[in-house]
Design a binder for this molecule. Structure first.
Ligand SMILES: *[C@@H]1O[C@H](CO)[C@@H](O)[C@H](O)[C@H]1NC(C)=O
Length: 604
């Protein structure tokens, strides 16, 4: 079943119609299939897939979902373990669909991205073909001076927004004239003042405009950010820098602002000078190392500092537009990602913050540093008993470890009664979070979830149960728990021994048996007698006399209820005409049968 499906719905349809029968049960569909995205921005690719739920009587379960662009030793390399993408890729999977997000796009990300899923079925793996083609483009403005104005501080010029691929979905452009947003086509012709700078962006990627350029001359008003994306760890400090120039030489004020913060709860007015913002004043510094350059330093970073930071300046005649996109800061903690590969799990110290320079990682096993492990991927042997964590630039991740032995919890204490509803819950401490599976006795797979629910438990569900917890680092099995379904006694059956006629002076043994859980206790009553005649399953009467004749009742009882059966004992005299006794004996048997039948009907 080496199935291939295409990324576009149309081609999938084509395949399912023409390709070998059965393959329409398997498929991958991704949208969009052609993407042109702007450098520095992020892109999302979504693939959904389907597969048969059962094959040859076995449940099909998905084991892995991932994207790849490269194949190494005939195995696709999970994007998350490719060093070029460290810290920039994220998967969001669920409900048979996965979304891949690649942030801070680079030119080298232009490639064909293929989605693959594998299942527990030996041949049940599928790669979505032909994949999703991503092109990453820079944005720049091409200016052409058509003619000079009468005064020499302006020009009649044509500006064109250039990208190396047609931006998707539909190309539409945004222009920033001296930082101020205007709308426009891909290109336009207008008068430009020598003070004007021009920058363009692709709609949908407004935060990633081209570097502003002067249309005429070289001394226009402009602000150019050194980085459009910066990432930093919580607690660390970060420098955000820009270069700027002013056409009117006397700058009256400069400030750094914060915009588009994620925590809207603060209700802060947008674009407040950070030096005056109570949340920042103590933590920020503005450095002006040289004319035309400004650096904002934020110290002791908080996760809530993730936002866009902008620079603005004012001169006597001009103010740089506060809405012109600045540098987006992301504050994070590092974390360890566990990635399955054909050679077993591998650990990657993931961080959306790869600071410039040679990143140096530190790995820890059970909290103790592993010397010599400095790469983002841990190369040592992984033992399921250990826990692993990493640190990057002195920022620690939380540890990852295989599941601890799972605990099983029953929904309620005490006996489980037939037809009651009951559930078993499996729980284990693990990171990444484990997947749970429930089994009965001889590895009969029951459920792939933490909870096993019986809505109305039948007797046949009695037995031993256990669960497993599994993550990428290992698998553990719980203790077995016994489910013993209890029930009240069924109507007992009574046997008489010896069978046949009962004669005076002989002995007879009555045996009562009832199906019950827990086992029933038995009590015998004779008609017209208040107190029990005997107790126990077997009741023997020796040296029978005529007084022993009559109705007897056997009652079976356990903690969940009781049930009884009546029989008639007839004692024959030792006298001629033994045919009469025999007749009475058989009458008794008929009576017993009728009683049993009526009790049975009554119960029904
Ligand atoms: C990791 O191992 C260390 C040392 O054995 C232990 O102190 C720590 O509690 C472990 N962490 C977890 C989450 O198991």
């Amino acid at each position: 079943m080496s199935v291939t499906a295409a990324a576009s719905g149309f081609v999938v349809l084509l395949l399912t119609v023409t390709v070998v029968q059965g393959e329409d049960d398997w498929g991958v569909r991704c949208t969009p299939t052609q993407i042109c995205a702007v450098k520095g921005s992020k892109v999302q690719i979504r693939c959904s897939y389907w597969h048969p739920s059962r094959i040859d009587g076995h449940d099909v379960a998905v084991e892995k979902e991932f994207w790849f662009t490269k194949v190494q030793d005939s195995e696709p390399v999970d994007l998350r373990s490719a060093s070029e993408y460290t810290g920039r890729v994220k998967y969001d999977c669920g409900n048979k669909a996965c979304t891949l997000t690649i942030t801070d796009l680079r030119d080298s990300d232009s490639d064909v991205y293929q989605f693959r899923f594998t299942t527990n079925h030996p041949t049940g793996s599928l790669t979505g073909l032909p994949g999703v083609s991503l092109s990453v483009t820079g944005v720049q403005v091409l200016t052409t001076k058509l003619s000079a104005c009468k005064t020499d501080d302006c020009s009649w010029s044509r500006v064109e927004c250039q990208t190396s691929c047609p931006p998707t979905p539909s190309p539409s452009y945004i222009w920033f004239k001296s930082g101020q947003k205007t709308s426009g086509e891909k290109s336009y012709t207008a008068y430009f003042h020598s003070a004007d700078s021009i920058s363009c962006a692709v709609r949908g990627h407004e935060d990633f405009p081209s570097a502003p350029v002067c249309v005429d001359g070289n001394s226009c008003n402009r602000v150019n950010y050194i980085n459009r994306n910066i990432c930093a760890f919580k607690g660390s400090s970060v420098d955000i820098s820009c270069s700027y120039s002013s056409y009117y030489k006397r700058i009256t004020s400069k400030s750094w602002l914060v915009a588009e913060r994620k925590d809207v709860q603060l209700h802060r007015p947008q674009a407040v000078d950070l030096l005056k913002d109570p949340e920042f004043t103590a933590r920020v510094q503005v450095l002006d190392p040289e004319p035309g350059r400004s650096t904002l330093r934020i110290m002791n970073l908080r996760l809530s500092d993730s936002a866009q930071y902008r620079f603005t300046f004012k001169s006597q005649w001009f103010e740089w537009e506060r809405s012109f996109p600045g540098t987006t800061l992301t504050v994070t903690d590092p974390d360890v990602q566990v990635i399955c590969s054909p050679i077993g799990p591998t650990l990657t110290c993931h961080s959306s913050c790869l600071l410039s320079g040679r990143p140096s990682f530190v790995w820890f096993k059970n909290g103790r540093e592993v010397h010599g492990e400095t790469s983002p991927t841990f190369r040592g042997f992984l033992h399921p008993e250990n826990n692993y964590s990493c640190a990057y630039e002195h920022h620690h991740s939380s540890p990852v470890y295989a599941p601890k032995v799972p605990l099983v919890q029953l929904s309620q204490p005490g006996d489980i009664l037939k037809d009651s509803s009951v559930s078993l819950t499996c729980s284990s401490d693990a990171n990444p979070p484990p997947a749970y599976t429930w089994y009965k006795e001889n590895q009969t797979l029951l459920n792939r979830a933490a909870q096993l629910v019986f809505r109305s438990i039948p007797l046949s569900d009695s037995g031993e149960y256990y669960c497993t917890a599994e993550n990428e680092l290992g698998k553990t099995t719980s203790k077995r728990v016994l489910i013993n379904v209890k029930y009240a006694p069924k109507p007992p059956s009574v046997s008489v021994s010896p069978s046949g006629e009962i004669m005076e002076g002989s002995s007879v043994t009555l045996t009562c048996s009832s199906d019950a859980n827990p086992a029933a206790n038995y009590t015998w009553y004779k008609e017209d007698e208040d107190s029990p005649t005997a107790s126990g399953q077997i009741f023997t009467i020796t040296n029978i006399t005529a007084e022993h004749g009559g109705k007897y009742q056997c009652e079976a009882q356990n903690t969940h209820g009781r049930s009884n059966t009546t029989l008639h004992l007839t004692v024959g005299a030792v006298s001629p005409g033994s045919w009469r006794s025999a007749l009475i004996g058989s009458a008794a048997a008929v009576f017993l049968a009728v009683t049993l039948l009526s009790v049975f009907l009554l119960i029904r």
